[in-house]
Write a protein that binds this ligand. Structure first.
Ligand SMILES: [Zn+2]
Length: 346
């Protein structure tokens, strides 16, 4: 039996992840060492676009939606320069273990590879989709095709569109047909397993408009893909582009009466990356790859802006926070992180 937690104003929830995006760029903008390293930069105008003299100016020019709307009306956790920390608890510091921790609340050491088979742990979206009020009203759009395993599509029954996959549905619109047609001509610059965000985002947005899901998970991949390629200019462009997509998404939500003022948006990342020349990669042996961040905006979350007091959050707290935002107590047989109360109460 599900015990209802306290009443929340949140009726719908959108969760967005930026794969492998460092807190450093989110809170301090372009990195001085990396933007000046020719090994990682090809664009001649990258400094015109993203270099400014102070961290406050740099972060704002890189991610204007985060540092205008979310900073004014929402919450931003993870600026380690002021002692506000967020870390993963899993010992691996890469994607599948991170998303498992994020959505099951349990940093299971058995999930030790990005090739791990379908996840044995129940995730919060699966749990929500099984509640009568939310049945068939949860959807997932993702760049990386590993989400079929991470969220265990077969067991969970979640509708997932991930990787270079056509959108399928009973009432497919002309726009959805067009997006499917266009997708096949887009170069697979990260290979066959990872779809670029500029294809994933319009599909997700069109689904929101047509189907009005109560819970949507949107998983971006560009930041991590360009990080692994060692292209810091394109990594910055990816961050800027994703900020634009998230701004467009929030403006859409606030323009649609179904979502307006009763929808919470959470944005986070699965893992960090190294510093200096190690920024390209992330794993246990590289310091800082366990460092993550979290943003929230919605009717239940006080406008704290950038949280500048010392504190410590963990990735395993996100799953229960997602449940509680819509008044559900997500529990499993595993020990889980506690919900983040400051997101839940105005
Ligand atoms: Zn990666």
């Amino acid at each position: 039996m599900q015990v209802m937690a306290q009443q929340q104003k949140t009726k719908n929830l959108v969760v967005v992840t930026l794969d492998g995006y460092r807190w450093k760029e989110l809170f301090t903008g372009a990195d001085e060492e990396l933007i000046n390293n020719k090994a990682f930069i090809k664009q001649k105008d990258v400094k015109d676009k993203y270099w400014r003299n102070t961290p406050e100016e740099r972060r704002k020019v890189l991610m204007p939606f985060f540092w205008s709307t979310i900073a004014a009306k929402g919450q931003l956790y993870g600026n380690r320069t002021v002692g506000n920390n967020m870390n993963v608890k899993n010992p691996y510091w890469f994607s599948y273990p991170g998303y498992n921790e994020m959505f099951t609340g349990y940093p299971d050491t058995i999930v030790n590879s990005n090739d791990y088979p379908p996840n044995p742990n129940v995730n919060v979206f699966e749990f929500i989709n099984k509640q009568p009020a939310y049945q068939g009203k949860v959807a997932v759009f993702a760049g990386w095709n590993a989400y079929y395993r991470i969220l265990n599509e077969k067991r969970s029954g979640l509708p997932i569109n991930a990787g270079w996959t056509e959108f399928k549905g009973p009432n497919i619109t002309e726009t959805q047909k067009f997006l499917n047609w266009q997708q096949q001509f887009v170069p697979q610059i990260y290979g066959p397993d990872e779809r670029i965000d500029a294809v994933t985002y319009p599909m997700a947005k069109e689904y929101l408009k047509q189907n009005h899901p109560k819970v949507l998970y949107l998983a971006f991949i560009d930041t991590d893909a360009f990080g692994h390629q060692g292209k810091y200019d394109l990594y910055l462009d990816a961050a800027h582009r994703t900020d634009t997509f998230i701004g467009d998404l929030w403006n859409y939500l606030q323009s649609d009466p179904f979502y307006k003022d009763q929808t919470t948006l959470l944005v986070t990342t699965d893992h960090g990356r190294g510093d200096g020349a190690s920024w390209k990669s992330h794993k246990r042996s590289i310091p800082h790859c366990d460092e993550v961040w979290l943003a929230a905006i919605g009717p239940d979350s006080k406008a704290l802006g950038e949280v500048r007091q010392s504190g410590q959050l963990y990735q395993n707290q996100i799953a229960k926070t997602i449940g509680r935002l819509i008044g559900l107590d997500f529990t499993t047989k595993n020990p889980m992180g506690e919900p983040i109360e400051s997101i839940l109460k105005k």
